[in-house]
Design a protein around this ligand. Structure first.
Ligand code: GLU
Length: 304
């Protein structure tokens, strides 16, 4: 039996000695205020044992990690129809790149890059009575945790500087792949990205993707086929244009966000989240990637 606690403690020690911690994202002004020295890690295994080290209970902005959760909700609402409006191929481009969108006539490459996530948000706006409230309820319900909330300051901060996302949404609209008003869709999108969580909460939600679509209370949210699709998309598209490197070094499906969070999982075994706000040149948490590489190397557990 693997002693996850010792592995996490060693990872945290290695992280605290690391001098090169990457750069904090500052294109959303509110994110730039976070201390680069934070590092946290939390792991939940399939028996629901929790292990943690470092700043694993500090809240941070989950940003693009939320894209997996909106995709999950959209899939459970309209099923395979999602794929009529968004593709499932890796983009090989940064998260906010727009050129492919033009080349491919307004069908985003995948649901985890910004234009794809904006289309998914549009689907939810069409389907839900009160999109922001209903999505928050969905996330809280999976987590079994009513304290999870949006960070209005972060959402507003991004709204003021989200020029590329406005460009993406307008481009989608021009191709007929956005049914609702740009402002309405982006207001919801900025809120989903602003969700504040700690490493523990993230693993408690993503537990559903490692446990055949069932949450910690055994309530079912997704079919097996939907879980397969979500994990496949995380593996191939979850790390901007560094998904290949993440599969190569870590070997787990997962998703990162510019707030410095990463969540990853090994089906039937464990779900892990790290947070360290300094990013590498590709926009993924620098210490988070190192930590997860150490985790799968030391435990010899990966999907491969
Ligand atoms: N809200 C961010 C944006 O759209 C999310 C980016 C990310 O975490 O990848 O720019």
């Amino acid at each position: 039996m693997i002693d996850f606690q010792s592995v996490l403690t060693a990872i945290n020690e290695a992280a605290s000695n690391e001098k090169e911690r990457g750069e904090i994202a500052d294109y959303i002004p509110e994110l730039a205020k976070v201390d680069v020295n934070n590092f946290g890690i939390h792991l939940i295994d399939s028996q629901q044992n929790d292990y943690a080290a470092g700043d694993s209970n500090e809240l941070f902005s989950i940003q693009s990690i939320s894209k997996v959760l909106t995709l999950s909700m959209a899939l459970s609402l309209i099923g395979e129809n999602v794929w009529e409006r968004v593709d499932v191929e890796p983009s090989g481009d940064p998260f906010n790149h727009l050129s492919l969108l033009e080349l491919e006539n307004g069908i985003p490459r995948n649901p985890l890059i910004n234009p794809g996530a904006i289309v998914i948000t549009d689907i939810l706006v069409s389907k839900l009575e009160n999109p922001k409230e209903d999505f928050l309820t969905y996330v809280r319900d999976i987590a079994g945790d009513n304290t999870i909330d949006y960070d209005e300051t972060v959402a507003l901060s991004e709204k003021k500087t989200g020029f590329r996302n406005f460009a993406a949404a307008n481009l989608l609209k021009s191709y007929g792949n956005l049914n609702n008003e740009v402002d309405v869709v982006l207001d919801f999108y900025f809120h989903q990205c602003s969700l504040a969580m700690n490493c523990a909460q993230l693993t408690h939600i993503f537990y559903v993707f490692m446990n055949h679509g069932k949450c910690r209370r055994n309530k079912s949210y997704l079919t097996l086929s939907q879980v397969k699709r979500i994990n496949a998309i995380m593996l191939t598209c979850g790390f901007y244009d560094e998904a290949g490197e993440f599969a190569f070094e870590v070997g787990l499906p997962g998703k990162s966000g510019v707030g410095g969070g990463i969540v990853a999982l090994l089906p039937n075994k464990f779900c892990v989240a790290t947070w360290s706000p300094g990013l590498n040149a590709k926009g993924n948490s620098k210490l988070g990637m190192l930590a997860l590489e150490k985790l799968t190397t030391d435990t010899e557990l990966s999907i491969f």
